[in-house]
Structures are given as C-alpha cells and as structure tokens.
Design a protein around this ligand. Sequence first.
Ligand SMILES: O=C([S-])c1cc(C(=O)S)c[n+]([C@@H]2O[C@H](COP(=O)(O)O)[C@@H](O)[C@H]2O)c1
Ligand code: NI
Length: 453
Amino acid sequence: MTTLYLDPFSGLSGNMLLGVLFDLGLDFDQFQAELKKLNVTGYRLTLEKAKRSAIGGQLFGIELEDTHHHADESLTAQEIAEHEHAHEHGDAHEHEHHHHDHDDAHEHHHDHETDHVHAHHHHHHGRNLAEIQTIINHADLKPSIKDQALGVFNEIAQAEAHVHQLSLDEIHFHEVGALDSIVDIVGFFVGLDLMGIDNIISGTLVDGTGTIEVAHGTMPVPVPAVMQMRQNSEVPVQQRTDIHTELVTPTGFAIAKLAFNAFGPIPDNLQVKRVGYGFGTRETGHLNALRGLLLTPLASQKEVHSTSDEVVEIHANVDDQPGEGLGYAMEQLMAAGAYDAYFTPIFMKKNRPAYQVTVITTSGQLTAMVDLLMTHTTTFGVRWVTMKRATLPRTFKTVTTQYGDVTLKIGNRGTQSKVTVEYDSAAALADRHHISLDQVRHAALLAYENELG
Ligand SMILES: O=C([S-])c1cc(C(=O)S)c[n+]([C@@H]2O[C@H](COP(=O)(O)O)[C@@H](O)[C@H]2O)c1
Ligand code: NI
C-alpha cells in the first residue's frame, strides 16, 4: 500500500501534479505509452530536470502542435467526437460523411483498418465536455482511470458553466486548449495507477490573491471556477495575501476535490520512502513547487517504539448506516494510517441495534480521522479520549526453517522476552507448502531456540 502525501504550499495545478509524480519515480516512457491509448495527436510532452531556489525537481509541460497540418494516422479529438456523432445518427449518416465535399486544406487521411470515419472540419476553439468524454470513453484505459478523469472534467465543466452562465455543452476548455487538460487529468490518474498509489493525503492548499489576466479579461484569484468548486467542498484552502497571482488552477482544485482521500499533516506513523518536487510555470516571486512524498507502512524491522506514549481513541455511534458504507469508511480510515479501526455492536436509544466505530490513532492524525468519520459515516458527532499507552520495545529476527524464512517479533522485558511469529510471513509459507499455520509456527520457534542454544 502506497500513500502519496502532497504539500501544496504554492498551490496546485495539473503540471505540478505530474511533475511531482515524475520526480517520485514515474517512468516517462511508460507514461507516454499509456497516454497513446487516448488516440489523440497534436501534442508533445516535455519533462525537464530543473532547479528552483537551489532545489532539484521536475518541470512537466505539454507543447501543442498545429493539428491541421498533421498527416498523422491517429485521430484528433475533434474527429473522434464527430465519429461518435456519426454513430448516433446511424450508418447512413456515416456514408454521407465520406461523400461530403471537403475543404482540401483540412482533409485528413486515416487508416481504414481502424474503421474511423472521415469527418469534416469546423474551426474549433477548445473542446467541449461531450468531445472530451468521447475521447476518454474510446480510450483503451482501465475503467477506473476513465471514471476518475471523467469525474474531474465534469466537475470543472459544471463550475465553468455556472460561472459563465452557459449550458454544459457550450463550455469549452480554457484558452490553452483542452489537450493539456486531457493530458494533465487523464495523465494524473494513469500515473497513480502505474505507481501503485492507492491513497492521497494533502496538506492545506495555498492560493494567491489579486487578479490574473486570461483571454476573456481579468479574473479574481481564487479564479472563478475554483471559487465555484469550493462551494460545498471540504478541501482546505489558505489564501496568501502577499502573492498576487493564481496558485490553484481549476484542474488542480478539481483533482484535489475528487481524488484526494484526506487532508492534514504528514502522518507520523508512515515511513517516507521518497521525496519529490514538481514545479509550476507561474512567476510567483517565491518557490513555485509542489512537494510530494511516497509513504508506506513502517518497515517492521525499523519500527521505533518508545516504551510509553499517547494514542487517541475516537468513537462514533452509528444507528442509521448500511454495512457497505461502514465497510467503506473503515477502509478509508485504515488507508489514511489509523493504527486500528473496528466496529462493536451496541444497542442505542429507541431499541436500535447499532455499531460503535472505534479508531485508534495518534494526536497528529486526530483531525484527519475525525474528518474521515464525518465524511464517510452518517454520524453527526464524534468523541475522543487521549490515552497513555505502554508498548514493549521490540526487535525483529528472521529464522530459517525447512519451509523457508520466517520473521519473529521479540519483545524485551528486562531479563525476560516474549516471542511471537509474524503472521504474514508464516501464512505465506503455510500457503506455499499446504501445511497448517501451527506447523510453520512450531518450526520457527524451534529454529529460534536452536539458535539460542
Ligand atoms: O478561459 C477561461 S473561461 C477561464 C476561466 C477560468 C475560470 O476560473 S472561470 C479560469 N481560466 C484560467 O485558465 C488557465 C488554465 O486553467 P487549467 O485548469 O485548464 O490549467 C488558468 O490560469 C485558469 O485559472 C480561464
Ligand atoms: Ni472559465
């Protein structure tokens, strides 16, 4: 299980999110190969190692090519959309397309093996939601990646439609062209998938103040689409009044709103595996970067245990939520780094059978866990207590048995010690050799005693 922790101290944008994934080890070639599955041409991806404020990181960018002068065999997004349109009107219409008079300058030729339609061209400024949905739906990508990307596009389009008082199909993706939004948004979910990231935690998003100039004129910061998406959202945003430009873009905010699992400080019970920086392109007068961490559960060998410390136990009593939702809440709590989370059957007022949800966590994680309980359970309130905790200092040792290597956990108490066989390593061997867990345990403890002499 890998968690991505993001520190958006200088905002969040599509290219910063991808820059950070590349700096954390995402393979550029593999990424490009996946994006080809979108069947869209007319762009070139750039990735540069760069230094800002003497810190090394990656600058990711998209260069748009003039698709009208491209004799490529893949379809442009516009053509795919028109293909779809043709299907909606049945095959007869498709033939009509073939026999239409084309403006020679705009004629494209395609490989008929791919069974794509030859479509006419209109001059397009940006692409609308329906065209983007068609491109994504036609791509040979995992359904989960497509669903997440479609969700983000829908979120942005809804916000833009509201701000500009236009209908959803009148919304065209920003002046820079929809292509870079497609690459940023689909690319982010492709990157997460390639890197095996299944949980994203973020600190508070920092945005600037003042105004920026875009094609349509002056926009206040936070930009209107971001402000619109903030309506009814729980994404925390802090405004820096000393930075007079946009730090959080609509793409960045929509991804945070839909794809981040929790907000809060860096969990102190996970181990930092890698640190990366993705740079932004705006001149902010300060370091314009997004820092990312790859976090994994503490490697047991290095587990640091003080003999006494504090934990927080949080309780929520729930009498009106179906099991599926409660199970999902539990997954979210564990993924966010709870030490433990469990249900206890209880009886509440009015004779209602119910569950008490208990979460054990650190005081640093309290806010994030309360947030998750409020989001994913039906509860209107939670309680918590801080508790003292004592744990045995422990070491880990690997012993070799006739079945393979097994890890033992050894707790030390003065001159005495307590030995347990780590479940996962024993279960793997029991599985492999089709024997009982107890047989592996016995063999491991015997090997340990033999080593002690
Ligand atoms: O061009 C338009 S309509 C436009 C609207 C808005 C609104 O907030 S509404 C914002 N912008 C700015 O365009 C760039 C590109 O944003 P991406 O999310 O596509 O990267 C960015 O600076 C927006 O704030 C344009
Ligand atoms: Ni807009």
